[in-house]
Design a protein around this ligand. Sequence first.
Ligand code: GLN
Length: 487
Amino acid sequence: MSGKIKMLSDMLKSGKISSEELTRRYISRIERLNPSLNAYVSQTFDEALKAAARADILIREGRATSLTGIPMALKDNICSDGQLTTCCSKILQGFRPYYSATVWEKLSAQGAVMLGKTNMDEFAMGSASETSFYGAPKNPVDISRVTGGSSGGSAAAVKADMAAYALGSDTGGSIRQPASFCGVVGFKPTYGAVSRYGLIAYASSLDQIGPLASSVEDAAIVYDAIRGQDSRDQTSAATPEGETGLDIDIKNLRVGVPEEFFSEGVSDEVKSAIEAAICLYKRAGAKVERVKIPAFKVALPVYYIISCAEASSNLGRYDGIRYGYRAESFSDIDDMILKTRTFGFGKEVKRRIMLGTYVLSSGYFDAYYKKACLLRERIIAEFAEVFKSCDVLLTPTAPTAAFKLGDKSANSVEAYLADICTVPVNIAGLPAVSLPCGLGEGGLPIGLQIIADRFCDKTALAAARFFERERPVSAPLCEEAKCEVEL
Ligand code: GLN
């Protein structure tokens, strides 16, 4: 349950196993499990073994950190120099960036071993990873169910132990919601705490990179390794100094429970799992109060207006000239761009580009985009008010447990509702963690979301660590996700 990174790191440092051997075991697990789980869309095994050999030298020389030699994965929208990075879109087929994201530079400088890129919704647009050009990944707890999205491949890879940890990105819930569906820990840091340089943009004012891991402790180790200001991302900011330990005195913790997060379609099993979690904090002496975020009801429309507006601008660069796919036949340049975008983007991406273009067009700008920006300010202000009397807020991560594959893809509005509890956090730029807090019908995991104030990332993690220690929850893997190759 807790501390997989530390356990592996101790094994490496004591010489019980080499990084090369550990990497080979992870590779065997991926070869065995990926055909059924579809968690990885590209694999970088040769480079991984080379990185492992380098890590073994660092370990032998006593220069290892806790991430040195540990095999991990990157979401397919995080650039790594010379390696396929496609956002799971046809339009980026074969795209190999010529630079690495800051997060990957930081991790590889510590000797991290990358096994490959993980499956996701096309351009991170979705809640089930079903819009992926490569087909959906499957949930390792129940193969007939979605992993959640958009970082579904990262969540599945961590749950099925095909990576010790993975990075994902979260624009409206894409780290936390798949973490909740697959029964792992997912952490979205404060907006700006982690550089977005090298993350392929979806909605830049909301996008944030963060870890998916098998424990809160692991998520915190990875967060510490990737955070910090970066001159190549002007929205990044320095994170508070000395922001280390995860110990917390629960008796001094002020917990808020925003009632709006328990309305809109939240299932009974989710409600009771979260209420039980709240009781645990109360019994340990935390001060629990019910609070209100009335603007919660506008968060989802605000999110879809702002994110689509930004996406329509960010995705303008895919024109068949600069990147990836180009239509096979065309009459002139306009026709080439038209056909490239028509055939290169999937349906959901095109829907959002059109929606975004519409809300930014003259005549509609004030009615939609400007109004959404004003409402965003209200959401930010309401959270700020609540954080005057609370250290953390406890809510469900998602209204339900993982749904069946194919269930919601035909009905986007219903799929959009899967993000109702996570999007307000992105709109306000806050840090939040999702961790398993219970099992519902069929043993499906249920996630507890812990939200903290801006740049109080460690408070959210520490509050989560407390729960994980007191009541560890681990959903069993289904038969198809089991593998005889032990680590
Ligand atoms: N599911 C949300 C969307 O489709 C959030 C995605 C994300 O966080 N990248 O926009």
